[in-house]
Design a binder for this molecule. Structure first.
Ligand code: ADP
Ligand code: MG
Length: 140
């Protein structure tokens, strides 16, 4: 099934000059970037994005981190894009991520783990609409 998913190159990876590295891994993995932009989230905007995690102990640190600098948000499209991109990213904790994955190669720790990918069709739809309007989503 052709799906769409949301990718975020997180502030740690942007600061490491790894935007191109993450986008190259996406393209090498067979997914298409159909929309992309750079933005710097406010703390409130990061809290809105991660609202599902608002009860977690790491929520405050996570939203500080996600609003500390610019990010690159992209919409990816392809066969099984949601699961495929999470394979390209690797496990949440870079130490547990498979060799060669984005988080293993670029991530620093379980919080500063280089990139985000949506985890299900419903969350992908919410996350895409959080950053992109219909005019920005090209049909390819
Ligand atoms: P994923 O991004 O792999 O879907 P989660 O949805 O569980 O992982 O968590 C969202 C983000 O919160 C993670 O990508 C990571 O940046 C951060 N995070 C997750 N677990 C922890 C933790 N135990 N301590 C600190 N930060 C965490
Ligand atoms: Mg998640």
């Amino acid at each position: 099934m052709i799906q769409r998913t949301l990718s975020i190159v997180k502030p740690d990876a942007v600061a490491k000059n790894a935007i191109g590295d993450v986008l190259a891994a996406i393209e090498a993995g067979g997914l298409k970037v159909i929309a992309t932009k750079m933005l710097h989230m406010s703390k409130k905007q990061a809290e809105g994005f991660y609202a599902v995690h608002s009860d977690r102990p790491f929520f405050n640190d996570l939203t500080d981190f996600m609003s500390e600098g610019p990010v690159v948000v992209s919409v990816l499209e392809g066969e099984d894009a949601i699961a495929k991109y999470r394979e390209i990213l690797g496990a949440t904790n870079p130490d547990e991520a498979e060799e060669g994955t984005v988080r293993r190669r670029i991530g620093t720790n379980i919080e500063r783990n280089a990139a985000h990918g949506s985890d299900a069709p419903e969350t992908a739809a919410f996350e895409i609409s959080y950053f992109f309007n219909a005019l920005e989503l090209h049909q390819r």
